[in-house]
Design a protein around this ligand. Structure first.
Ligand code: NDP
Ligand code: 8X3
Length: 251
């Protein structure tokens, strides 16, 4: 069975993707910091598919490299890496944000993603044709909005890093895709607001956001396309989300 490695499998898109791959029998390497959630997911899926859980903070380059180096036989020939772990913080004007929050977003969404990618590239190249790296970007990487500051900039990095990777991976058979979702109801806003459940509920109320399973389906679709097809970028919004006009500062 093919193997998918998913970062951030303890919640949201990552957990839904784990379930989607499992439904088609894929073996899974599931990572995240919250080991109790990894254990719960492993218990849910074991018996159906092979599961290896790794409690891992993607910001720790050495730990990531060690974990990949130590992948046991049966989990080394990875077909799909889903670089999903990430977060937004500080939904307020840039000039009011704590510098530490900017660093956390860069360390997770940029440094964490390159840590995992760097460690996994030899494994994916060894797999060859049909392998893929699926990076979870965001509409925030393309479309600026108030309070997006460093979060959107990290997702712009994700997009361009993926395109550049494609250039260097030419001839290896390894594909690279940026899946960029719009508003999706996960724990994302709870994390962004540092635990403000009311703010999270308010954002998603009265409309129809994407659900984690919607993006999991796109991830699975991209991962299972014929090996000669590379989707470069897939931007997915809820039907009820669109763009706004430019705003003007007036006297
Ligand atoms: P969730 O908060 O539900 O899930 C985030 C996941 O990332 C968790 O499993 C969390 O695991 C993991 N994670 C965060 N920091 C780290 C870290 N330092 N090391 C390892 N894992 C980490 O949010 P989503 O599912 O919505 O987010 C997944 C991705 O999708 C993110 O990259 C996000 O930016 C992106 N995205 C989200 C959108 C949305 O509207 N929801 C839209 C567009 C993109 P743990 O805490 O256990 O470590
Ligand atoms: C998350 C989606 O619209 O909050 O990346 O930026 S949005």
């Amino acid at each position: 069975m093919p193997i998918a490695m998913i970062t951030g499998a303890t919640s949201g898109f990552g957990r839904a993707a784990a379930r989607r791959f499992a439904a088609d029998g894929w073996s899974l390497i599931l990572t995240g910091r919250r080991s109790e959630r990894l254990e719960a997911l492993e218990q849910e899926l074991e018996g159906k598919v092979e599961v290896l859980t790794l409690t891992l903070d993607v910001r720790d380059a050495e730990a990531v490299a060690r974990a990949v180096e130590a992948l046991p036989a049966g989990f080394r020939e990875v077909t799909c890496l889903v670089n999903n772990a990430g977060l937004a913080l500080a939904p307020k004007p840039a000039q009011e944000v704590d510098l530490a929050d900017w660093h956390t977003m860069i360390d997770t969404n940029v440094t964490g993603l390159v840590n995992v990618t760097h460690a996994m590239l030899p494994r994916l190249i060894a797999t060859g044709a049909g392998a893929s790296i699926i990076n979870i970007g965001s509409v925030a990487g393309s479309w600026p909005y108030p309070g997006g500051h460093v979060y959107g900039a990290t997702k712009a990095f994700v997009e361009q890093f993926g395109y550049n990777l494609r250039c260097d991976l030419k001839g290896t058979g390894v594909r690279v895709t940026d899946i960029s979702p719009g508003m999706a109801e996960t724990e994302f806003t709870l994390v962004r607001t540092k635990g403000d459940q009311a703010a999270s509920d308010a954002l998603y109320s009265g409309t129809t956001p994407l659900q984690a399973e919607d993006i999991a389906e796109q991830i699975f679709h991209v991962a299972t396309l014929p090996e000669h097809i590379n989707i470069n970028r897939l931007e997915v919004m809820p039907t009820r989300q669109t763009w706004s006009p430019f705003t003007i500062d007036r006297d």
